[in-house]
Design a protein around this ligand. Structure first.
Ligand code: SAH
Length: 397
């Protein structure tokens, strides 16, 4: 037993193996959820014991969630307090300081940074905090104090809109809790200035995970014309234009996202070379093919079509449709990049989807690069779910 001031939670007999082997989650059916355990408020810190009553770790409990306990600290005698949160965020910051020379990155990537469910994006003097697990919600004051001490942000938005929160039974909404909401924030990335809307944009406002994939595509786009499908605020377009692409056509169904992309293009002096088109991506790709248009650089970065294993079959069909419509739009000698941010879609499944689209389109191609999320999105080694992003770039003949 420990003297920790925390309640005790036990795994069921012979159900502790996965957690013992390093997995950071305990599922509901692996726990003894008696009345007492079920009565623990979401976010409660508890000592996790195995069925032999040996303490294994401190966990954050949420009896309402399928993931009923999340690993906080393998030292069962630790204290989960302001100092603990500060130390974890300090470690996350030290890693980013080594990785990047400017303060634009994902500062905290949940389990990958030892802070389950907590996502923090840093955009210069502004940060967006997503407390996507119940324990993080209860510790928002400690998280904000640690951020003040470590990076003293001028603007802090607490964003409670993620899908993960619904599964945790948490409320939605966004609050600007430090500074004033002064509209879109400038984000310096890949030689361009992007614009992020922290208060009403998608996710935290910018997709930092795509940084190395934007950069790779941009490196091949010099002197070329780009088609950026599902372009959002223009991440791929801006990087390509900064790298010397001749033009970019950015297609998205979201007017607010495209308006930010257009403002960012103006800000960078790219307005002559940038065009935003609001349309359904599938309709727009069909229309471009009918007009006989083709591009040397084509990117498709759709939303998570398969957000869960249950949605995999329908989701794969949507990726297939995307790839089949994109292939004919690539000029011979050009590149096609197809991304997927669905956990359930493996890199192999995505590669096969493009291979099939090439076959159907009577084209050939070679896989140049299999990209992932950037290193400011570290994965927990035991958690394949945290390696969700795939970006495959093909050279097309
Ligand atoms: N490529 C972007 C991120 C794309 S996120 C970047 O690197 O920053 C996916 C985008 O797809 C969102 O902006 C969303 O508005 C858009 N989208 C979703 N469904 C769509 C559809 N059917 N047609 C066009 N755009 C769509």
């Amino acid at each position: 037993m420990t003297d920790a001031p925390y309640p005790v939670l036990r795994t069921r007999p012979k159900r502790d193996g996965r957690f013992r082997d390093g997995h950071p989650w305990v599922y509901k059916d692996e726990l003894v959820l008696d009345r007492r355990a079920r009565g623990l408020a979401p976010g409660t810190v508890a000592v996790l014991e195995n069925s032999e009553r040996q303490p294994m770790a401190l966990v954050a409990v949420n009896p309402d969630s399928g993931i009923a306990a999340r690993d906080l600290d393998r030292d069962p005698t630790a204290r989960i307090d302001a100092g603990w949160v500060h130390a974890r965020l300090e470690r996350a910051l030290a890693l980013r300081d080594r990785l990047f020379d400017a303060p634009f990155y994902r500062l905290c990537h949940a389990e990958g940074d030892g802070l389950p469910g907590l996502v923090i994006d840093r955009m210069g003097s502004a940060v967006s905090v997503q407390p996507n697990a119940a324990w993080a919600e209860t510790m928002v004051p400690e998280i904000l104090s640690a951020l003040d001490a470590l990076i003293a942000p001028e603007t802090v938005v607490v964003n409670r809109d993620s899908r993960g929160r619904t599964q945790e039974g948490l409320e939605g909404g966004r609050d600007c809790v430090r500074g004033a909401d002064q509209g879109p924030v400038r984000v310096l990335l890949n030689g361009a200035t992007y614009l992020a809307d922290l208060m009403s944009g998608q996710k935290t406002g910018v997709y930092f995970d795509q940084r190395p994939n934007h950069a790779f595509v941009a490196g091949l786009a010099k002197g070329r014309e780009v088609l950026d499908v599902f372009g959002h605020t223009g991440g791929f377009s801006l990087a390509c234009l900064a790298a010397g692409a001749t033009r970019s056509l950015c297609i998205d169904s979201s007017e607010p996202a495209l308006s930010l992309a257009t403002d960012a293009a103006d800000l960078n002096g790219f307005s002559e070379r940038f065009e935003a088109r609001r349309a359904d991506a599938f309709d727009a790709m069909r229309a471009l093919a009918e007009e006989g248009r083709s591009f040397q650089t084509v990117v498709c970065d759709p939303p998570a079509f398969a957000p869960s294993k249950q949605a995999l079959v329908a989701g794969m069909r949507a990726y297939e449709r995307t790839a089949r419509l994109a292939v004919p739009l690539v000029e011979p000698g050009g590149t096609l990049t197809v991304c997927s941010c669905s956990h359930a879609v493996t890199p192999d499944a995505l590669r096969e989807t493009v291979a099939k689209a090439l076959r159907i389109g009577r084209r050939t191609g070679r896989l140049l690069r299999s990209g992932r999320a950037g290193p400011d999105h570290p994965s927990h080694p035991a958690l394949p779910e945290s390696g969700y992003l795939k970006a495959l770039t093909f050279a097309i003949d």
